[in-house]
Ligand binder design. Structure first.
Ligand SMILES: [Zn+2]
Ligand SMILES: [Zn+2]
Length: 303
């Protein structure tokens, strides 16, 4: 009995580790086409194109499709979720080819106890690092607790512009909320690279949009399909890849998720809030305290 219990716990762990290994072996296509010298010499590195996606799920490919003016006005939008979504319909995040750089290796340790999956991560990704702003990723020492049995709340917690980190990708990298430090909508106000990411001034690397550069062993985008898990929300629910809120059924709710056969999960979307808009279950407060342990950056507000 004990060994069966052990097996049921180890098999998901092995699957997750295998997934990391697959991701680790597959950089973006543009990166693989580049010269195989030091990373800094990858002159052929290109921004993702339509041909990089054999499987973009329910979406056609259209990154960085707004003008500067459109992005500026989208970044300043406020109001209800539906209003923001209506005003930004069809607009993809602002993306640019980044300058390649290197830092230390990605380190991640996954363990668990009765209540939590525990991610200990240096927050350095396992794929090519590029930058579209002056900041560089720095190795961190983060420990995230993901509840194994999240309980749906009657009233979800809204993710406000005070909340920066909201979840973790399977490769151990922070998933950010929709706002930046200027309290503007980040994927429109800031320029992310083709991994939908950048580092902040403290060197915290983070995804602002579905991490499209993550690929599986077939070279297909992991973040581009609504069928693939890309990470965990801090409240314990899974986050799946890009879903089209007009096509993906059942309807995606205000928190950017829905239930399939009794299991609730969130989706990445091309529009606001990009990942979660609110938490359907209670996230452990300690997850918000990793960046500045003394300061609680994740004050939650009931909606
Ligand atoms: Zn950011
Ligand atoms: Zn779904």
């Amino acid at each position: 009995m004990k060994s069966i219990l052990h097996l049921t716990r180890t098999i998901p762990f092995i699957l997750i580790v295998t997934f990391f290994l697959i991701i680790a072996s597959c950089g973006p296509k543009g990166h693989r086409k580049g010269k195989q010298g030091t990373r800094g010499e990858h002159k052929e590195y290109k921004l993702l194109t339509k041909s990089d996606f054999n499987n973009l799920g329910e979406h056609s490919f259209d990154l960085n499709n707004g003008t500067k003016e459109e992005y500026n006005s989208a970044a300043n939008l406020s109001g209800s979720l539906k209003e923001i979504q209506k005003k930004t319909e069809g607009l993809w995040p602002r993306m640019a080819k980044g300058e390649i750089y290197n830092v230390s290796e990605s380190k991640i340790k996954l363990s668990e106890n009765k209540e939590f999956l525990i991610f200990e991560t240096n927050n350095i990704p396992d794929h090519v690092l590029t930058r579209t702003n002056p900041n560089k990723a720095k190795a961190k020492n983060y420990k995230f607790f993901i509840p194994k049995n999240p309980k749906l709340l009657k009233t979800p917690y809204k993710i406000t512009n005070k909340t920066q980190e909201i979840g973790i990708a399977l490769n151990g990298v922070v998933i950010a909320g929709p706002y930046d430090s200027q309290k503007k909508i980040a994927p429109y106000n800031r320029i992310v690279d083709e991994c939908s990411s950048h580092a902040d001034p403290q060197g915290m690397y983070h995804y602002h949009f579905s991490p499209l550069c993550l690929k599986n062993s077939k070279g297909d985008s992991v973040g581009g399909s609504p069928l693939n898990q890309i990470g965990w929300s801090f409240d314990g629910f899974k986050i799946f890849g890009l879903a089209d809120r007009k096509k993906h059924m059942p309807f995606i709710d205000n928190c950017n998720g829905h239930s399939h056969e009794g299991e609730y999960h969130y989706h990445a979307t091309i529009d606001y809030p990009f990942f979660m808009g609110c938490y359907k279950a209670d996230p452990p407060a300690t997850n918000f305290e990793q960046k500045q342990r003394k300061k609680n950056s994740g004050k939650r507000k009931k909606i």
